[in-house]
Each structure stands twice: as C-alpha cells, then as structure tokens.
Design a protein around this ligand. Sequence first.
Ligand code: F6P
Length: 544
Amino acid sequence: MTESIHPPVIDPTTVPAWENLMALAAELEGTTIRDLIDADPARASAQTHTAARVHLDLSRQRITPAILDQLLALADQTGVLALRDAMLAGQNINTTEGRAVLHTALRLPASVSLIVDGVDAVREVHDVLDRMGAFAGDVRSGRWQGATGERIAHVINIGIGGSDLGPAMARIALAAFATPDIDFHFVSNVDPTDISLALAACNPASTLVIVASKTFTTLETMTNAHAAREWIVSALGEAAVARHFAAVSTNTEKVIEFGIDPTLMFGFWDWVGGRYSMESSIGLSTMIAIGREGYDQLLAGFHAMDVHFATADPASNLPLLMGLVAVWNRDFLGVGTTAVLPYSQYLSRFPAYLQQLTMESNGKSVRRDGSAVGYPTGAIFWGEPGTNGQHSFYQLLHQGTTTVACDIVVIARSEDPLTDQQDMLVANALAQAAVLARGRTAEEVAADGTPLELVPHKVMPGNRPVSVIMVDRLDPYTLGALVALYEHSVMVQGAVWGIDSFDQWGVELGKKVALGILAALTGPAAGGFDPSTDASIALYRRLR
Ligand code: F6P
C-alpha cells in the first residue's frame, strides 16, 4: 500500500485570508477591469507569466496585487502546496478511493525513479512506453499487418470519458504532426450510430481496434467493443481478433477474457485517474498518429509544466495563479461559469476535453472528510473555437445578465500556410478579449453618432474576467504543457476547497439505474420505478 497520508481538510472560509478576500471583494465594488487596466500601464507585463512556452496573461482579470497576495495567502493557509507535494510524492491524496494521484509520474524522464507500493513507477511507465513505441512503430511502418496481410490504414479507438476525450482531442490538435497513412475514428457513445458510422468508414482487413478502458467493464465501451469484434470476426474469422485488437487497460483478466492477446495489452495503474490519463497508454492512438518521437515531445511538455508547478515561485507559478484566480472568480465575484475559447481549429475538442477534467474533478459539494462545503466549488466549463462562437453565443457573453469568465487561447503561428487568415484570427481573439474585459460605455457609443434610442442596446458592460493564454505554436510539447496547466489549476482549486478532485462518485448511480431500466424497456416487467420513469418507459415501449 502507498503510504496513506490524509492531508488535513481545512474549511477555507475559516482561514484569515478568506476574510481578507471578502473585504477586498467589497472594496472592489465599483472598480472595473477597465479601471484596473487603465490605472497601470505596467499591468500587462506584471500579470503575464510564462512557463513551458505557455504565456498566461491575467491582466484582464478583476484582480489587484493585494488580492493576489491574499489568494497566495489562502493557498498557504489551506495547505495547497503541501497537498501538491504530497501528490507529487505519490501519497494517497485521493482519499475516498484510497489511491495515489500520480499522472505526473507518467511524464517523468526515464533517468529518475519514484517508488510507489515498493515498485519503481517510472521504470514501469517507461517499459510500457517502450512497448507502445515498438507497436506504434510497427503499425506506422506497415510491419504490423492484419490477418490477410494488409497494412493498417484505419484505427478505431473505442473508449469513453477519459479513455476517449484526451486521445480524440489530441488527434485533432496534432493533426499537422500525424501520419497521413492512417485514419483515426473515436467511438464513445453507446448510441448504435457511433460505432456504425465508424465501421462503415473502415475496411476490416486494414483496421486496428483499440479498446481503451481503465476498468474494462464500462458498459458503453464493452458494448461497442463487442460490436467491433463481431464485425471483424464475421469478415475475417475468429483468429483475426489477435491481429486486429489491442487493449489499453488496468484489468488484465477482463482483457484476456475478451480474447485480446496480452502482448497487445498496454497497461497503466490505478494511480492514474481516467481524466488524467491521455498520456498513459490511453494515448496509444496518439502515439500511432504522431510516432514515438512526437509522443516524447508531448510528455516533455507535460513534464516541463509539472516541474514549473512543483518548483516555481508561487507569485509566478502559472497553474497556482490560474487556480487561485478561478477560486477568486467563483467564490468572491460569484462567477459560476467559464467559457474556454480556443482560437484554433486544431483545439476544437479542447473545451470538451476540459469539461471532463474540470467538472468531473471539482463538481463536488462535500469536502474530503465528508463535511458539506458552504461555498461554491467547480465552475461550469464549456466552449467552442473562435471565431465560430462569436457568431453564436458571444452575444450572451457580452451583454447577457450572467457573467461568464473566459479563457481565450491563442496560437501565434499556424501550421497552415494562409498567414493573412491567421492574423485575422488572432485579431479577433484579441478584440474579443478587449471588448469582454473593457466593454463600451454609453458615452463612447453616443460619441459614434449612434441614435439615442439605440444607445442602451449598444452599450457593452465589459468587466468580464478574461485570461489570454498564448503559445508560439501548437505542437506536441505545447499541447502537453497546456493540458498540464489546466490539470494543476484544477488541483489547486480542489485543494483550496478541501474536496477530492480525483474521485467521481456522482457518475455511479445513473449507470446502476440504467441497467434496471434497460431490463424494463424490453422485458416483460415494464414498471416498478417512479411514476415519471414508468410513464416514459411505457411511451418508449409504444414507440420503439
Ligand atoms: O463514468 C465516469 C468514468 O469513470 C470516467 O471517470 C472515466 O474516464 C470513464 O468513466 C471511462 O472509464 P473506463 O476507462 O474505466 O472505461
């Protein structure tokens, strides 16, 4: 067993910094982000911090140096850095599941060691990476062939949640670095359409199916995996399963039971949470796409941000500051939702990826010791790439009655040749950041010659908290660094709130109830649930 140290759970509202922050929030009434920006020409440089090629500009947040000081004091008084260190050392900080939280070990270089449960975790990680590298290399080069001797041209990753969102997001994000010889499909939904569309687009003889599931028991994944198995077997025969299936899991027994050759099983460990697993063997499809070298770059980017988080001065520590500003927005400014707005088509699935990371981690209302929180925790997280979002929901961001915090992600250099369009894209990103944060007053609108009756409609309240996150280029390294930035920011928020950011008990009950309802949808006994559910079941039975 990993050393079981349960860091003390502190109610953050009882520490002095909380009270100080309440007072600072009251003092800030009437002071807008525009006021703060205009009062200090050096603000942008003072509030921009850089690590692992990621530049985090917090100057459009509604914060002052005094607030930042107290947020750092809050981190200190709630033991955030102690929890960080316990996490990095492999202690059991996921207390409700009795597990260490060691996704950072997945990206440690082979030269170091980290003993977990008496075993060198880094050694194990690199053994798996080497096996993945060899297999991915064989698939990419065509040395690995299907049962009829064809090389692999299609990879279908079947998984859900953390076993899907990371690889699916990375596949799009790193498309410019991927082999053109293989197309990738990601099947997650138990909706029969998802697997049917993927199978229809592939030829069984040249398809590799990766069944990605930490537990290898998830209903959606196993149902889709069995459908894919039948598809392979009916086209190529039972013996073909060995050439066309690989598994990524912690559950060897179930993988063997499914009929997948253990030499094609790539393991990971229960100290890797599903939503923190995209760079474990769950990333096998990513490695097949971008090769071992590209994957090593991805790991290097993750690791560089980990090292920064572990060692940088708190006052310039990106994940720490980002997490603390998120707490400030949530608990002191009452901002309950964050839009992530990547100005990059390659990051089109990044918001979906972050939804699981942030909301499955911090959507909790009891602390680690089971006591109820008396303050808001995890914000609602969502988004769409710019500029598309501008022509859809930005109206509400600008003039709605709900304040939405915005993370605007900017990539300076495009992987694609049309640089004029890239400049146009970035101009839009920066324009939105300015307008959201600064707004436009009635005087400014009227000064444009706007008819009086239209002035109120054109006033932009501004004062929306905005972070601008910029990288020079979206490549494997910066993608790793960006994901690690968000991972650690989530950890910081959870640590302040005293919650377990690494469990997900809230998703269990629905799965259990669904199994009972499934029997009622088709079996002889249709009722037995609550009256609303019974009525819906009856209607479905009539319509199906
Ligand atoms: O339902 C939630 C969840 O447990 C996620 O945390 C996880 O990423 C997903 O299901 C998939 O689980 P598995 O990899 O075990 O199939």
